[in-house]
Design a binder for this molecule. Structure first.
Ligand SMILES: [Zn+2]
Length: 302
């Protein structure tokens, strides 16, 4: 099984212009699949990302084709993008120089730039042609990785499609994984039982977020609130959450409190829907309670 997988990956690397020994890929896969019991798909992705990160992938012979963001539908592809830097996200990881959101007239996509790629920093609100970036995906959401083969050229202004959705409804669920969480210092993913799928056991950095479901009576929509919005809506910040968790000797109390505050309440949320699943909330307001609205009956404990 591992042998077949390694063969397949070697072909993919070769298409990307890198000659990686099959034995080497096999050894890495074998370790993950057979010793650490990592599922094959995950192992494949981990090994692929390792090679991309180690920058063993050499630049394609000519510049990669200019692609629209909506046309990014597979990972491991060399492409070029003409896009505006819509947002730069906060980043405290030494391995990542910049992370944020790029947009063109067809959509938006996350981008990551690694410190060792040694690229000039981009500015929020400015547009560029990004030549030779690599596509990646995680849980069905695509991103692009800038690398040492990437060339960044300032461009005229790129119009960005507004894919913000506005929705008013009741919060009908606050999901586990909300509240006080820890993120991997390497890749920013949420740690599960103190471990990252890519980087293993980590000390982690505290963060606060809410994953919830809002229902407007016609449809239910998954939403994500970052630390700032969680504070705006619940009044709980990381410091308060840590104290609550410590006092109760249980980080679950933060989730309970967030549930108490949000469940059954009406809000208007606005933001882009990422990867067709999560609405990444940029703005959230309390909406007046609509008497007799059937949604409220669905909420447990109200
Ligand atoms: Zn990680």
């Amino acid at each position: 099984m591992v042998k077949e997988l390694a063969k397949e990956m070697r072909k993919k690397f070769s298409e990307l212009g890198a000659d990686v020994p099959q034995k080497e890929i096999e050894a890495k896969l074998d370790l993950l699949v057979n010793q650490y019991k990592v599922p094959e798909e995950e192992a494949k992705r981990t090994v692929f990302n390792q090679y991309v990160r180690d920058l063993n992938l050499s630049k394609p012979s000519s510049d990669s084709p200019l692609t629209k963001i909506k046309d990014i539908t597979s990972d491991g592809k060399w492409i070029s993008l003409k896009a505006k830097v819509v947002q730069l996200w906060e980043n405290e990881k030494a391995s990542i120089s910049q992370i944020g959101l790029l947009g063109d007239d067809t959509g938006t996509i996350k981008f990551v730039c690694f410190t060792k790629s040694d690229l000039p920093p981009v500015e929020e609100g400015k547009s560029y042609v990004f030549k030779n970036v690599i596509t990646d995906s995680w849980q069905g959401r695509f991103s692009v990785k800038l690398n040492k083969s990437t060339v960044i050229i300032p461009s005229e202004n790129v119009e960005v499609a507004s894919n913000d959705v506005t929705m008013t409804g009741a919060i009908v669920d606050v999901q586990s994984g909300s509240g006080l969480v820890k993120r991997c210092p390497e890749c920013n993913r949420i740690l599960v039982k103190g471990a990252c799928v890519d980087h293993g056991k980590q000390e982690g950095e505290y963060d606060l977020r809410v994953k919830a479901v809002i229902d407007d009576g016609k449809a239910a929509q998954d939403i994500i609130l970052n630390q700032e919005l969680t504070y705006k809506i619940t009044g709980i910040d990381v410091k308060v959450a840590k104290k609550m968790a410590m006092d109760a000797v249980d980080p679950g109390v933060v989730l309970d409190e967030i549930k108490r505050i949000l469940l059954g309440k009406y809000f208007t949320v606005k933001g882009p829907v990422l990867g067709s699943r999560y609405l990444l909330v940029k703005d959230m307001q309390r909406a007046p309670l609509m008497d007799g609205n059937p949604i409220i009956q669905k909420v447990e404990g109200i």
